[in-house]
Design a protein around this ligand. Sequence first.
Ligand code: 3HC
Ligand code: NAI
Length: 707
Amino acid sequence: MSDKQLVSMERQDGIGVIIVDNPPVNALSPGVPDGIVACVREGNADPTIKAMVLMGAGRSFIAGADIRQFGKERPRAKLGERSYDILDTSEKPIVAAIHGFALGGGLETAMSCNYRIAVPSAKVGQPEVLIGIIPGGGGTQRLPRLIGPKAALDIIVTGRHVPADEAKKLGIIDELLDAKADLRTAAVAFAKKIADRRPLPRISEADEKLKEAHDDPGMFDAMRKSIARKARGQKAPWSCIDAVEAATKLPFAEGMKREAEIFSTLENSPEARALRYAFFAEREAGRIPDLPKDVPIREIKSAAVVGAGTMGGGIAMSFADFGIPVRIIEATPEAMQRGMQKIRDNYAVSVKRGSLKQDEMEKRLARIHPADGYEAIGDADVVIEAVFEEMPPKKEVFAKLDTVMKPGALMLSNTSALNIDEMAAMTQRPEDVAGSHFFSPANVMKLLEVVRGAKTSAGTMASVMALGRKIGKISVGCGNCDGFLANRSRGPFGTEMNIMLEEGALPEQVDKGMVDFGYPMGPFAVADLAGLDIGLASRRRRAAENPNYRKMPIPDRIAELGRYGQKTGAGYYRYEKGDRTPYPDPVVTEIIRSTAKELGVEQHEFTEEEILTRLLFASVNEACKIIEEGIAYRASDVDVMWLYGFGFPRHRGGLMYWADGIGVKVVYDQIARWHQRFGERWKPANLLRHLAETGTPFREAKPGKPR
Ligand code: 3HC
Ligand code: NAI
């Protein structure tokens, strides 16, 4: 495509309206910056043009640099000659007219203009940190000059989207339009109004706001301290602070050079590559390969939930949070009352923390209605079953739902492992049944695992994926098997962490290793949070079903003492009243040591590397089996599930991406050695062997049996 098609200028009432038209989000792909430069030059040279407007066609202003170009060789203009510089040095004023998103290079483009106006629904931000880099188009130098270094630090270091009204208050936007105003008309009127004003306001020349840093030079170290825990093991957040600090100490041109230097050290860092991968993996996960593109998506205007327990309550909140009214049915009035109270309590905590306004809480609560029996939910567009994790009650629920739900209603189960097909078989419409597996807490965790039963229709699958997105989730599809994709791939990790205790590791050592790797919490601390009774019950059930089941005496003994984790004040760790800090517990050490002795297991010291590889390779191997069985559509879906369901550190890309970094052959060889040493549970997946033999990275693994 030629530059002219990507960026063009139209003349309207003496104003040059420059339009960027690079769908879907007007990224600054090759040709776009040059197109902007050409139009600005044309506007300056044309005596009939008094001022210019820069805006985006379609749904957005400019969503930033083209992320697909990063890491590639590409022609790049020199500092001083980039589109930002040409906008900044224009002799005639330029107004950025923002709708949709002005992110990254998009906001930097807008800040290189003399004025910014926006519609109320617009959002601006510098999200570069989320892909492992710093703003590289002057954002670290202009934003502190525009709104002060403190507010700039917050925006640049968090990468958050700033809504237009806040951006107006901060001073990023000069004028906020009325919701009904036509952006182009308003922008042309604005441009006419300011056309003759001189001198032109240029952010690069405004140093006033930087004084804030001279009055409070400690703000940078305070920021470093505040991110220390969350940003450990990463580079970009720290570099963002360095670059903003440079803005307060160096003249603009020098600061720009500093920004460019830092940017170039980060563009190809392992962290940036992993985060770019995660960005695209997340978008890819939304696509299920064999669904026809034109399959109709069912509209969801009302929802129902069966069971108001831990998950049912959270699921109801997820609907209410996104404006969808929801009715809940329960087994008993007492359980309903308990469930509703828990929902109220959860919202109240958010209000107390300041993350939710009281009136918003009331609005959300007003969308959640206890319902009296199945007839009362029959006209809902979707129903989600969230009763106990046992097949008989679930089957009963589906049989009843079949008698009351209107034709075309989505009938979903929140089961974390049970067979969707058995539930579907209780209905006359198995094509409308699928799994919708939320993660706990359901209103907080972003992952929605959408499970496709043997008879689930394409329309149901596509509609559940879309429903997930509508309520703010990352929907990832997969097939039906025990534990589905997420829990099944995580299973061997959970087994291995307990077996390592038998071999001489302690919970605190394992947790430290995983936290050092980047997990927010170690797996034993997480288990204590989730509750150890669930694991105990599931191990008992599995042992009863399978005589070869590998027993786990250590967690059994811990849980059999009534140590169910945080809720009982003790689990793998001990807890003090009102304190969630896990303290290593000699009682647990004693259980571990004595059990190991009884079992006659040889003890050894674990290195952090061994802890990490034992846990994660076990899951990589299982994930290969899942891909091979065609349960996962692609390896990157495993990664997205691990990022959003299990807190896998995002700057490491995801489980399979991380394993690719180690190398498929190295992973295979190690697993083969452990197979020799530990036996069947480490048997390498066929797919893994195939990948190792053919030198194919995990990310290129195709679902189905290797050929
Ligand atoms: N570069 C390349 N492709 C992009 C892109 C970008 N900056 N932003 C979005 N896309 C693509 C997506 O991959 C997706 O492609 P697909 O349809 O083939 O999957 C398509 O555009 C639509 O994106 P979403 O599905 O994400 O659309 P949403 O409407 O849900 O979200 C958005 C829109 C909020 C703009 C979101 O896409 C987003 O966050 N984009 C990234 C924004 C960003 O990080 N900008 C900074 C880039 S770095 C930079 O600017 C450096 C500068 O400082 C020099
Ligand atoms: P829970 O025990 O907290 O809640 C279950 C609720 O269902 C109870 O309130 C019970 O009274 C109600 N109930 C039972 N039979 C019913 C019936 N016939 N009709 C109406 N209500 C009935 O259980 P939880 O943890 O909420 O789990 C629910 C489902 O979600 C299970 O399938 C579970 O595997 C799954 N899940 C649980 C997760 C968790 O972390 N707790 C995570 C993801 C899925």
